[in-house]
Design a protein around this ligand. Structure first.
Ligand SMILES: Cc1cc2nc3c(=O)[nH]c(=O)nc-3n(C[C@H](O)[C@H](O)[C@H](O)COP(=O)(O)OP(=O)(O)OC[C@H]3O[C@@H](n4cnc5c(N)ncnc54)[C@H](O)[C@@H]3O)c2cc1C
Length: 416
């Protein structure tokens, strides 16, 4: 069933009783060509591109809860491609281009809104770093504008420019960055994958791997054994746990990241704004709520909830650039489990176990990567070779020392 103005009008005349479910609820079959573990954005996008780009439609997405119940439905929805390093920039720009055509491709309103992402800087050295990153982006053909203080004042006059500790000196703007509606991205990919024949199987937890002659040939699940010659893991914060079922130890730690939403207020914040002297970012949802977040809680955990210390830290950083948020009431906060890699960059690769493939290490930046991650993971699963924009995301880079350390701070996953 295609969504269009005509179908909306037609349904309106029928009292909206004719809408078909957006995806089926199939029983798992015993055998598929590919199994994707994890019904978040990445797993569903992978299944969709397997079917669409490679014609592989005997695909199952196995999700232990409901689709989007993990980080895909918990993130603060920022999309951007403002990276410095050559290992990252082409991949994230590929993702940005896919975002730009996503709604037409999926025939689904994912509320992609390119309202700009502005990274503030507060000191000369930070200006230099921002200029360097902006130049690197432009050399890759990506939009970037270095704004001085006056330009930022015109764009966001409500910021505290003269804060004694963190005065705002300017910012690096990516005008094509912005936000997208996270749930709609999950639902859009699910519906489009389902329409190409992919089975989306919810409430189906993978509890082990079936192995034959050393290779993985299937999974044990809460709904029985399911077999496939190729199995892709896209389980984000649960990566280490699922990988350990196949006997793998990965260079990934899990940490909690919290997000916050305020009561709705009139339109104030034009795009996404980030604090440069710490980790705080804010945008305003279409409903009017301020959506913001900051640093990880800083300890390893599988709990999808955070602690008060991080709440205080985030709010203090917010107050440093935007004192007026002290008068806004907080409505909700929640946490998600991040798969923090040792250099802050992701992994899309084979694992040492034959038949098992890995898409992980997204840290707190994986929402923006959803389309490209699905695209490149599907390419790897279909062709057994990495996609050209994901060539750097090898698992063995941690052994070889070819890290993609965007922040240049080494193996400190709690800080990336
Ligand atoms: C608070 C917060 C804010 C964030 N903000 C941003 C942002 O602004 N921009 C950005 O780019 N990124 C952001 N992120 C990061 C982003 O959300 C993640 O990197 C990305 O969603 C991870 O990929 P995913 O969508 O596939 O993960 P998930 O949605 O977590 O999908 C993994 C799925 O695997 C399932 N699963 C786990 N174990 C099993 C099993 N054994 N069997 C079957 N299924 C299993 C889980 O239930 C889950 O649904 C944020 C994350 C959080 C928590």
């Amino acid at each position: 069933m295609r969504y269009s103005l005509l179908s909306l009008v037609r349904q309106a005349f029928r009292g909206h009783r004719g809408w078909a479910p957006a995806w089926r609820d199939p029983e798992p079959r015993p055998q598929y060509d590919v199994i994707v573990i994890g019904g978040g954005g990445h797993g569903l996008a992978t299944a969709y591109y397997l079917a669409k780009n490679h014609g592989i439609t005997r695909v199952a997405v196995l999700e232990k809860s409901y689709i989007g119940s993990g980080n895909a439905g918990r993130n603060t929805t920022i999309i951007r491609s403002n990276y410095l390093l050559p290992g990252n920039e082409p991949f994230y720009e590929h993702s940005m281009k896919l975002w730009e055509g996503l709604e037409q491709d999926l025939n689904y309103n994912a509320m992609v809104s390119q309202r700009g992402v502005l990274n503030l800087f507060h000191a000369d050295a930070q200006r230099d770093a921002a200029a360097r990153r902006g130049n690197a982006m432009r050399m890759h053909g990506v939009d970037a504008e270095l704004l001085d203080e006056n330009a930022v004042r015109r764009m966001a006059p409500f910021l505290d420019f003269d804060n004694a500790r963190f005065p705002i000196r300017g910012g690096l703007l990516q005008p094509r960055g912005g936000t997208a509606r996270h749930d709609a991205v999950v639902w859009g990919y699910a519906r489009a994958a389902d329409s190409l024949g992919v089975d989306i199987i919810q409430n189906c937890e993978v509890t082990g791997f079936v192995r034959q002659a050393g290779r993985v040939v299937g999974v044990e699940t809460s709904r029985g054994e399911i077999r496939a010659p190729k199995i892709g893991m896209a389980v984000a914060g649960n990566t280490s746990r699922v990988a350990s079922m196949a006997g793998l130890r990965l260079p990934i730690e899990r940490h909690v990241l919290q997000a916050f939403v305020s009561e709705a207020i009139k339109p104030l914040i034009p795009g996404v704004i980030t604090f440069g002297a710490g980790h705080f970012y804010i945008s305003q949802s279409d409903k009017g709520s301020l959506v913001f977040g900051g640093d990880l809680d800083g300890y390893n955990s599988y709990a999808q909830r955070g602690n008060l210390a991080a709440v205080e830290h985030v709010l203090e950083e917010g107050m440093a650039i935007l004192p007026m948020i002290g008068r806004v009431r907080l409505l909700r906060s929640w946490g998600g489990i991040m798969d923090m890699s040792m250099d802050g960059s992701p992994i899309i690769d084979h694992t040492p176990v034959e038949g098992l493939y890995l898409d992980a290490g997204w840290c707190y930046g994986g929402f923006k990567a959803t389309p490209a991650s699905g695209w490149c993971f599907a390419h790897l699963l279909a062709k057994d070779e990495p996609h050209e924009v994901a060539r750097a995301y090898r698992l063995d880079r941690f052994e070889r020392g070819h890290l993609i350390d965007e922040k240049g701070q080494g193996a400190t996953p709690n800080l990336h």
